[in-house]
Design a protein around this ligand. Structure first.
Ligand code: IPE
Ligand code: IPE
Ligand code: MG
Length: 249
């Protein structure tokens, strides 16, 4: 982990600063349902979802959380109507272009994880630009999972490791958890302490399958565009009530 906690701003008094999660991961779900509730097209939910993510990132930064990982687009989401997929790809690109200056000035180190080579080329270029412009930033590590699938991530790690074995560069007995993790997209980031899913769905939908082995899971009925600072505060309070045992007694 490269990110370091910064000065805390406005941390709610009931939260214990020493027991905050180091890494929060979030499955941002419910944009479509939110839009429907408002009588708007689904894409408007995605547009509002961006503002929610921006606010959550700021909140994590203010409260000294070292890493935030957000699920923006899954390998399965390509199966949605073409117009929605195209809207999302354009949205990611536009938001990145628009927000880069602020990400830099706020000290955010942005990463993208997933099968990035299959994204539109213009988006890949924006991603490359943003990752390289922020790579020395230290305030918070912000990872966006785009065209991400946990199974695909594990498979590509297996392939890379098998190739090294095939070439005689690695012995099978030397394959352990630490080596495996170095081949995941998330190499260098600690596992999420807290996994939040909005909109009430009780599933992980192919997100960070390896990394959430011991994450605390928090599900809220709140739809993603409505997930504000207060909701995040509630999630953190809940997290701080948990007793993490990691298989011990
Ligand atoms: C999450 O919201 C955003 C993405 C998956 C891109 P949804 O679009 O899944 O919203 P619902 O689940 O249909 O309400
Ligand atoms: C998970 O949400 C993917 C993202 C948030 C990007 P989905 O809406 O795609 O998940 P399911 O279909 O409800 O499992
Ligand atoms: Mg959904």
């Amino acid at each position: 982990m490269t990110a370091k906690p910064t000065l805390l701003r406005d941390l709610p008094a009931d939260l214990d600063v020493k027991r905050l999660p180091r890494h929060v991961a979030v499955i941002m779900d419910g944009n479509g349902r939110w839009a429907k509730q408002q009588g708007l097209p689904r894409i408007m939910g995605h547009r509002h979802g961006v503002d929610t993510l921006k606010e959550l990132l700021r909140c994590c930064k203010d409260w000294g959380i070292e890493a935030l990982t957000a699920y923006a687009f899954s390998t399965e989401n390509w199966g949605r109507p073409l117009a929605e997929v195209e809207f999302l790809m354009t949205l990611f690109e536009r938001v990145l272009r628009r927000e880069l200056k602020e990400l830099i000035s706020e000290g955010v180190q942005i990463h993208f994880v997933g099968d990035l080579g299959s994204l539109p080329e213009s988006l890949q270029e924006e991603i490359e630009r943003a990752m390289s412009a922020t790579r020395h930033n230290q305030t918070i590590r912000f990872t966006v999972a785009t065209n991400y699938g946990g199974r695909r991530e594990i498979l590509q790690a297996c392939r890379a490791i098998a190739e090294q074995v095939e070439k005689g560069q690695l012995q099978v007995v030397d394959i352990d958890e630490a080596l495996f993790e170095r081949h995941l997209y998330t190499a260098g980031t600690c596992d999420p302490d807290l996994l939040i899913r909005t909109s009430g769905e009780m599933r992980v939908s192919n997100f960070l399958l390896w990394q959430v082995a011991y994450s605390e899971i928090y599900v809220t009925e709140t739809l993603w565009p409505n997930f504000d600072r207060q909701e995040f505060h509630r999630a953190l309070s809940d997290y701080q009530q948990r007793h993490r045992r990691f298989g011990l007694v």
